[in-house]
Structure formats: structure tokens, C-alpha cells
Design a protein around this ligand. Sequence first.
Ligand SMILES: [Zn+2]
Length: 199
Amino acid sequence: MLSVVPQREVIALWAKWYEVRGTLAAYDWFRPKAERKLWPRFVWKDFVPQKYSFTTWQDVKGRLETKATKDMLGYMDMDQNCPLCKSNIEPAYHHFLKCNKTREVWTAIKGWLGLRVTINTIPSAIKWMTKKKASVVIRKTRRLALMTVVSLTWRTQNSLVHEGTSFEPKHIIFEVKKLAYATLYTIYPHDYVQMYLGV
Ligand SMILES: [Zn+2]
């Protein structure tokens, strides 16, 4: 469907839907139902709320990085530092996922889930996670955590840039864990989840 619609129409439609009906309708239209590739299989899962998975989807489709860099450039007109870590950087090489502040979130979450890989891009993290064997609880939690970190980091950066709010890694870490437990508890017995994730 996407391939037969000119790009500017896609962008206009997407913007309209997003404004009027929110992410659900937009995601539904963009979701390539027939596609059997790694990314959609990883991203669209019933147990991952769509408001979180949508950000990862935008990233793997290359839509997020452009916007993130643009936002950062706009911000840096006033202040030549990264809005999150305050270091003086070249925004094109400072994707929000690689910023030191975001890395604090990754480090805590990776430690919690026994991950040793360095997360530089979302597609590489997805590839790595789908290859790595682990219990079903851990696999589901890694998937969920990856998408909630991306989404919450992205939103927090946005509100920092546009509304001047603060970026607190510990708040994001707390939210990611809270959502993981809440979700896993709806699928598996509490004891079973705690056996893998701790209490
Ligand atoms: Zn930074």
C-alpha cells in the first residue's frame, strides 16, 4: 500500500491522523500487514502497548533520527550543548540513544536483564535480542524494556526541549521496570516472574 502512495501524501495523511486520532490509527495504517521481516515481528506484539512500540517503529523506519537531530539543532541555536547531557557535541553524531544521560538508563536496564551488548542503534539491538537465547520471561521483558526505554527517552527529551522539563534517568528506569512487572504479571504467575526478574 505504501509503495503506491506518493511520500508527501503519506506524510500529510500521517500528520492528520496523528493529530485527530492519535498514534493508534496512524500505526494501523502504516503497519505493513503482509511484511514478514524482522522489525515488524519484533515491534508489534500484543503484550507491548502500542503507544510505546510506535516510537521504536518510527526509529527503525528512519523517521525518528531525522526529527531528533532537527529538534536538537533547533535547541542548539540558543545553546550549543546537548539538551540532555549538556556536553558540546555535533548533533548528527549524537543520537538521543547514545547520549550519556540515555546511557545511564540503558546501563541500569541492561544490568537488570543480563544484557552485555552496547546499544548504538535500535535495529542492531533488535537483531541481537532475537538471536540471544533466554527464558520466555526474560525475552519478553527485554523486548518490552527496549521499546519503553526508546519511547520514554524520546518523550522526555521532547518535553525537555519544548517545555523545559528535566530528564531524570532514575524516573525512566522506574517507569520501565514498573511497566515490565505490570505487563508480565498479566501473563504469568507473580512467583514465576519474580524468579527471573527479582522482586
Ligand atoms: Zn547528550
